[in-house]
Design a protein around this ligand. Structure first.
Ligand code: PPS
Length: 301
């Protein structure tokens, strides 16, 4: 087993990425691909869909708080990554995302970062509910860069100028940001989907959380809603071990707490990283890649 895992790791211990249909994914996910593709979704599944670093953990906590009707103790029953299996996740010998989901009673809330074209077909066939959260590309890039620097479960990002090019070329895990957001934006028209923006949740959490409440069909009173807004605020979540993964035991592959000190949870942090020249180059490239969509983002407040 150790030899098998060793095959997928570079000498410095960082796992390699493989490729499925032109999309880079962790090698271990690629090795499990046929099982992931044949995953059996159920009609009452809720799938939380995001590009990496778009606010997945945040919306997971919001959804769970709503489903548990604001009961904090119930939300503390397990770390967030166990409450909502990550369907394409694989890291033998740990149970895979598919195995965790298969073992979970319905109704299930699941998580994916997959782009539309790679999502297991059963989610569409079973007409599941999808909750997509999108975050502007510049902040996603910066957040992903820091994550790859801090976490040994993903490839080394190189220097910031190198990563800037890598991200724009879509040569990062889960593929290009551009195709991801455009694909899911288009899919929302023909599927049961709530499409939210990180920046909107940041600006007016109560209003956006109310949209989730409606979408899930679980009416809550005002006091519970206020409690959820408070509990899922950045400052409270970062100190919640069941949401920040601080409770996950350290291992050679994981040397950080999930809310590392560099996490800010803000809109516009990219301004602290992009040079003027990078910003111009990014904007030009962005205009071309996003010319064929009606989707727009706030990149700052
Ligand atoms: S992952 O690993 O892909 O699932 O990461 P993900 O959870 O999608 O994204 C991590 C970023 O989300 C920010 N975050 C929050 N922002 C505001 N409020 C709350 N409550 C919150 N929780 C997580 C987190 O800080 C990461 O963004 P950056 O910009 O790196 O700080």
């Amino acid at each position: 087993m150790a030899g098998e895992q060793g095959k997928d790791h570079k000498p410095e211990g960082r796992p390699e990425l493989g490729e499925v249909d032109g999309i880079l994914l962790p090698k271990a996910t690629c090795n499990e691909w046929s099982r992931i593709q044949s995953f059996q979704a159920k009609p009452d599944d809720l799938l939380i869909c995001t590009y990496p670093k778009a606010g997945t953990t945040w919306i997971q906590e919001i959804v769970d708080m709503i489903q548990q009707e604001g009961d904090l103790e119930k939300c503390q029953r397990a770390p967030v990554h166990q409450r909502h299996p990550f369907i394409e996740w694989a890291r033998p010998p740990q149970p895979s995302g598919v195995e965790q989901a298969d073992a979970m009673p319905s109704p299930r809330t699941l998580k994916t970062h997959l782009p539309v074209k790679l999502l297991p077909r059963s989610f569409w066939e079973q007409k599941c509910k999808f909750l997509y959260v999108a975050r502007n590309a510049k902040d996603c890039m910066v957040s992903y860069f820091h994550f790859q620097r801090m976490s040994k479960v993903v490839p080394d990002p190189g220097t910031w100028p190198e990563y800037f090019e890598t991200f724009m070329a879509g040569k990062v895990g889960w593929g290009p940001w551009y195709d991801h957001v455009k694909g899911w934006w288009k899919a929302k028209d023909s599927h049961h989907m709530l499409f939210l923006f990180y920046e909107d949740i940041k600006k007016n959490p109560k209003r956006e959380i109310q949209k989730v409440v409606q979408f899930l069909g679980k009416p809550l009173d005002e006091a519970t809603l206020d409690k959820i807004v408070h509990h899922t605020s950045f400052d409270v979540m970062k100190d919640n071990p069941m949401a920040n993964r601080a409770g996950v035991p350290a291992s050679p592959m994981r040397t950080f707490v999930y809310f590392p000190s560099c996490w800010k949870g803000t809109v516009g942090d990219w301004k602290n990283h992009f040079t003027v020249a990078q910003n111009e180059r990014f904007n030009e490239n962005y205009r071309r890649k996003m010319a064929d969509t009606t989707l727009t983002f706030s990149m700052e407040f």
